[in-house]
Write a protein that binds this ligand. Structure first.
Ligand code: PLP
Length: 269
């Protein structure tokens, strides 16, 4: 095939952590990115020894090795979008911030992962301030759920009005956009709010009917990588979020039919 007749391939780099159980983390990201027709690349910040019931251990990579993984990918591949997931330590967050700036990476979607559904702490004490100060301003979108937003803002959130205020308060961190996910409220409908930083930030609402299932392991990872995949394809932010929400709803529904592991199972991509 001639060089100029080759097709381009929209590509997404995930900078995140391995879930040995395959349901969350980099594994969920790559499944999502592939399912949405993009080319997926990965840089690992840490490895977890994990199944659907527990996170038994976490092993972080040396900071220079995370830097090498990102550098070597960017030197050879086009990167159309970046998904950032569990980075675990402040030092690794700093490396990612340096790399985003150095390589001028675009379409950066950041999932501020903190605690797993099985209850494990996925961010080191002290690193929350680092993620907020160094990475939020470099991200085009952050995707906190309610417990994450509560820890970031240092207050409890109840009901729609407080969620809307929280979106604007999180925009004040200097990030490019906020998608606050309301799924943890356990209402019949889950409502997410999106706002993008500009002179007069509008509030977009996304409603989805709740699917009754325990198989939601990896939901946050999947949503943020689906948004990154749609951004890589060139969708504007609100449309990318809308399409990613459709994808996740369908993946949760499809996964609800399976029994994989003894705890909350994964989605089906
Ligand atoms: N493990 C890894 C490596 C993750 O990145 C995440 C979430 O981002 C989780 C586990 C937690 O997934 P969940 O809370 O859906 O169980």
């Amino acid at each position: 095939m001639q060089e100029n007749s080759k097709q381009s391939y929209d590509s997404v780099l995930t900078i995140a952590t391995s879930d040995s159980g395959g349901g969350a983390g980099v594994q969920a990201d790559l499944k999502t990115i592939s399912a949405l027709g993009c080319y997926g690349m990965s840089a690992f910040a840490a490895l977890t020894a994990q199944n659907t019931q527990e996170v038994r251990d976490i092993h972080e990579v040396p900071p220079q090795f995370l830097r090498d993984q990102i550098d070597v990918v960017v030197e050879d591949f086009e990167v159309d979008a970046v998904k950032i997931g569990m980075l675990f330590t402040g030092e690794l967050m700093q490396v990612v911030a340096d790399c985003i700036e150095k390589h001028n990476l675009k379409n950066v979607v950041l999932d501020p992962v903190m605690v797993s559904q099985s209850g494990a702490q996925l961010i080191k004490d002290g690193a929350i301030a680092v993620i907020r100060e160094t990475l939020f301003p470099l991200a085009d979108l952050i995707t906190p759920n309610i417990p994450e937003a509560e820890r970031l803002l240092g207050r409890e959130l109840e009901g729609e009005e407080q969620m809307k205020e929280a979106v604007y308060d999180l925009l004040d961190t200097g990030t490019g956009g906020v998608l606050l996910k309301g799924g943890h409220f356990k209402e019949e409908q889950s409502i997410d709010y999106l706002s993008i930083a500009d002179e007069n930030p509008e509030l977009h609402q996304f409603k989805a009917k709740r699917i009754e299932t325990d198989n939601t392991h990896g939901t946050g990872c999947t949503l943020s990588s689906a948004i990154a995949a749609y951004l890589a394809k060139g969708y504007p932010m609100p449309k990318a979020v809308e399409q990613a929400k459709l994808y996740i709803t369908q993946a949760i529904a499809a996964g609800s039919q399976y029994r994989i592991g003894g705890g909350g199972g994964p989605l089906h991509h």
